[in-house]
Structures are given as structure tokens and as C-alpha cells.
Write a protein that binds this ligand. Structure first.
Ligand SMILES: [Cu+2]
Length: 512
């Protein structure tokens, strides 16, 4: 079913050390053979499967869909990533212009292991300066992809550090000065998976049962995606075509089995409200910072740009022939403003991925209840508070462009905005005083979401554990416990709506 091009040794087999643990593929074979074990179904009944003939708005025939593909997997062991202009097949054999790393869309999937060296060379042959940021990892400052390290065409940048982060689903993308939106939209972005021993011990679905997927929305110009021009600085670039792993309107053939979906919102600006269309819940097991303490069932998950969720999708009770959609459901962002002033373009429904059940297998599907025990910064240890207020206004010179600011400031590369002592726990509050939703991303650490007041007024189930990106709706105040324990140096706090970031919604944070 799944094709993986192997360009650097491919998937590393699981370590066979530690109490005679079987390899992950062998594990799948073992449980497949144990047919007598009971299937553990998840969620309730009442399935209302969408058929291929549906005429509901926003839904389309299965015939118009393209097979989901998977990025070639590489390991960061003397890996070179060549950035160059090219083109990519976005489905149905249509080549669309793109900027690529190693000529693939999405960029190669980097699979790494906690404790291993991370040695990657970026070779830039793009017509613009480029630097890569490892979103969610916490490397030393020269390795973090700060825009001051961007390299011009013809130059290279060497990354060399030890991977200290726990197992989880991460991202990497361009962090070039004021060009993040363009570069990411054109294709300079890929998934990064970290594995560790703790996670392996859980026997989560792996191999063909693990589906890494970067979800994005795109604007279309006929059958092709248009080049990046005149970005909307109000809400950011919002397209009405769903893409998965660089494929337009993706579909995936699946077995009647339990799957692990690693989902990354790699959109420039689009917030997704993920849900199954068969009225079954999503089983959430992890987010930005890796596995949660325990699995939790939710009907829908709001996923903003830069956020990740790790889901178990149980298809063990599906029938061959079923078509199940992973959708982004309609939603509304309350702004507290009159109807006229409201922003309307977020929250349109999209059918993101069709799962077509094509093979029946007899495979026990167990969902572990207890998963992990992430170490969270404790608000009781906080020694100070820091507040960040977000505002938006028309640029006084151009009148058409929007300014999005943090504490009244627009980004300046050479200015230090916050000085934070290394190792001390602080309470940070994010207050959004304007009508746009802002997914705020912090480099160099993960944080613990404590509370949300006004707006949605609660912490969502997918905001437990360790986060590096948190969505702040209009009028909301989100409080976090934050502590930098990885490295000292100059890092970033910014909005991950990439058009907001590129007009300067970013600050320099010096950990000292
Ligand atoms: Cu923003």
C-alpha cells in the first residue's frame, strides 16, 4: 500500500535491545498472528458513512482524489538538504512550480532518535537567503535557525548537535528573514519524527500503520498552485483546496486496523477543526511535545499552523468499501465585533483526507490508557510574570498592509526584546486584543498551558502536556508556565500565521 523511497538508509529498525523487545515490524506481525485476541473498539455507534455520490457542498467524488504519498525518509546522519527551485507532482500528474529540498514535496521526512547526533548540511541554491528551523526541537542557538544565520545562494550551513528532545512529531521549515510564508508555501518544509525507548515500549501502531501527514490548504490557479505573491497580511494566505503531503485532495487505502496518524498543520494561516465524518471520536495520544499522560477521546480538534497532534484512528470495525473522511469542520471565531468588522475566511469546511477501506485484516487494536509522564513546568515554582499583548492595525504608510504587533513592537533582527533567566520558571500571559486568531510559537523550550480566560474560556484537551505553539483567539488571555532548560542564547517568540510573522509579529528572546 505504502511506498517509501529510501534515499539515506531508510527507516532505522527499532533497537532490539532492552529485555528482548521485538522490532516494530515484527511486533505488527506478532499481533497479527494473535487473531483470537479481542478487538477493542473505540467510541460509539451511529456511523453515517459518506458515500462516493454525496453532493453536499464542499464534498467531492472519490474519483477526483489523488493517492496520498509519503515523503522519502532520511536520518540526520551526515544528511545534506539541497534547496533548489523545481516542480512537483501535486496529483493526477500535474506538475506545479515549487521550491524544494532534495527535489521532493513535501521535504524529506527526517526520522531520528533521542540522544543521537543530528548532523545536517543545508545547501542553498535558491535565489533568496535561507535558513532552516527545527520546529519543536531545542538545539543550541546557532542550530535553531534564527534568521540572522540565513545563507545566500551557493552557500551552505552546517547543523551539528545532539538530539535532546523526547519522542514526538516535529516540523522543519524555512526561517529566512520575512520570507517564512513564501518559502513554506512553496515547499521548504518537512516532518521530523523523534523516537525514544519509552515510546517504543508502548507498542503503538508503526510501520504501515503509522501515517505521517502534513495538512495544508492551497489556493489554486487552474490545476496548478499559483506562485506566492501579494500575500494577504490581514488573515494570511487561505486556500480552499485541501492538500496532504503535497498532494491535492488526497485519499488513502486502508485496512480494518488501528492506525497512528501524526498530523501536522503545515498551512501558512489556515486553522483546521479535525473530525471524522462517521461520528466516531478521535483518540488523542500526543501533541507538540510528544505523548500525553493518557489517551483521550475527543469529537474534534482545532489545529492551528505549527501545531501537531498524534491520533489513533481505529478502523477495526469498518467494512471493506467504507469511505471515511477526515474533515475540517465549519467553525466560527468570535471577535466581539459587529458583523461588518468580522473576519469570515477562517472556519470554512474542508474534506481533508478520504480513507478508503480496501482490505480486511484480523489484528487486535489495543489503545494503551497510560502513555507517558511528561515533566511540565510547575506554576508553583514561578518567580516572575511576563505579559505579551497582541494588537493589529493598518500600516500607517501603505494603508493596505496590516501590522500585527507584540507589545506594540514589530520585529527587528538586532534588538533584544525579552531577557529571560535560564532555568527559572515564569508565568507568561498572551492577551489578544484584536480580531485575528494568533497561533503563538516559542523556540528553545516547551510550555505548560495553565488557563484561558475570555473567548473559549478553557484549556482544550489537545493543549495538555508540553506545547510549543498555542492558539489565542480574539479577546482571549492564555497563561503558560515557561522554563528554559535546554540552552542559553537568542531565540524567538512569534505568531505562526506566517503572513503575520513576516510582517513582524515576532520578538527576540534572550535566554541568559
Ligand atoms: Cu498572528
Amino acid at each position: 500500500m505504502r511506498k517509501t523511497t529510501d534515499i539515506s538508509g531508510g527507516r532505522r529498525p527499532a533497537a532490539d535491545s532492552g529485555g528482548g523487545r521485538v522490532s516494530r515490524r515484527a511486533f505488527i506481525r506478532t499481533v497479527s498472528a494473535g487473531g483470537a485476541a479481542a478487538l477493542i473498539g473505540i467510541g460509539g455507534a451511529g456511523r453515517a458513512l459518506w458515500g462516493a455520490t454525496s453532493t453536499e457542498p464542499g464534498l467531492r467524488s472519490s474519483r477526483d482524489r489523488n493517492p496520498l504519498r509519503f515523503a522519502p525518509e532520511v536520518i540526520p546522519n551526515d544528511l545534506t538538504l539541497d534547496a533548489a527551485v523545481g516542480s512537483a507532482d501535486i496529483g493526477t500528474g500535474i506538475e506545479s512550480p515549487a521550491w524544494l529540498l532534495n527535489q521532493t514535496l513535501p521535504s524529506p521526512l527526517i526520522r531520528a532518535r533521542k540522544g543521537d547526533p543530528f548532523r545536517v548540511t543545508l545547501a542553498n541554491e535558491l535565489p533568496e537567503p535561507l535558513i532552516l528551523h527545527w520546529h519543536g526541537l531545542t538545539p543550541p542557538e546557532e542550530m535553531d535557525g534564527h534568521p540572522r544565520f540565513a545563507v545566500r545562494r551557493g552557500r551552505t550551513y552546517d547543523y551539528d548537535f545532539t538530539l535532546e528532545n523526547r519522542a514526538g512529531t516535529y516540523w522543519y521549515h524555512s526561517h529566512a528573514h520575512f520570507k517564512v510564508g513564501k518559502h513554506t508555501y512553496l515547499g521548504i518544509a518537512g516532518m521530523l519524527i523523534v523516537e525514544d525507548e519509552e515510546e517504543e515500549g508502548l507498542g503503538l501502531p508503526s510501520g504501515d500503520r503509522e501515517i505521517p501527514i502534513i495538512l495544508q490548504d492551497r489556493r489554486m490557479h487552474g490545476a496548478k498552485t499559483p506562485s506566492y505573491s501579494n500575500p494577504d497580511t490581514l488573515e494570511g494566505i487561505l486556500g480552499d483546496e485541501p492538500f496532504g503531503n503535497g498532494v491535492r485532495r488526497p485519499k488513502l487505502e486502508v485496512d480494518t486496523a488501528l492506525y497512528r496518524f501524526r498530523i501536522l498543520n503545515g498551512s501558512n494561516a489556515r486553522i483546521f477543526r479535525l473530525a471524522r465524518d462517521d461520528e466516531r471520536p478521535l483518540v488523542l495520544i500526543g501533541n507538540d511535545g510528544g505523548l500525553l499522560e493518557r489517551s483521550v477521546e475527543v469529537d474534534a480538534i482545532d489545529l492551528a499552523p505549527g501545531e501537531r497532534v498524534d491520533l489513533l484512528v481505529d478502523l477495526s470495525e469498518a467494512q471493506v468499501g467504507d469511505r471515511i473522511l477526515l474533515n475540517s469542520e465549519a467553525f466560527h471565531i468570535a471577535t466581539g465585533l459587529g458583523r461588518k468588522e468580522q473576519v469570515h475566511r477562517q472556519g470554512h469546511p474542508l474534506d481533508l483526507l478520504e480513507l478508503h477501506v480496501t482490505r480486511e485484516v484480523d489484528e487486535p487494536a489495543t489503545v494503551p490508557v497510560h502513555l507517558s509522564a511528561p515533566t511540565l513546568p510547575d506554576p508553583k515554582d514561578a518567580v516572575r510574570e511576563r505579559s505579551f499583548v497582541f494588537s493589529s492595525d493598518r500600516d500607517e504608510w501603505t494603508r493596505t498592509m496590516m501590522q500585527h504587533q507584540i507589545n506594540g513592537l514589530s520585529y527587528e533582527m538586532g534588538r533584544v526584546d525579552e531577557r529571560v533567566p535560564f532555568g527559572e520558571t515564569e508565568i507568561w500571559s498572551f492577551t489578544n486584543e484584536n480580531q485575528f486568531a494568533h497561533p503563538m510559537h516559542l523556540h528553545a523550550t516547551h510550555f505548560h498551558v495553565l488557563s484561558r480566560t475570555e473567548g473559549r474560556n478553557r484549556v482544550m484537551p489537545w493543549e495538555g502536556g508540553l506545547k510549543d505553539t498555542v492558539l489565542v483567539h480574539p479577546e482571549e488571555t492564555v497563561r503558560l508556565a515557561v522554563r528554559f532548560t535546554a540552552h542559553r542564547g537568542l531565540f524567538l517568540l512569534h505568531c505562526h500565521n506566517l503572513e503575520h510573522e513576516d510582517v513582524g509579529m515576532m520578538l527576540n528572546v534572550l535566554v541568559e
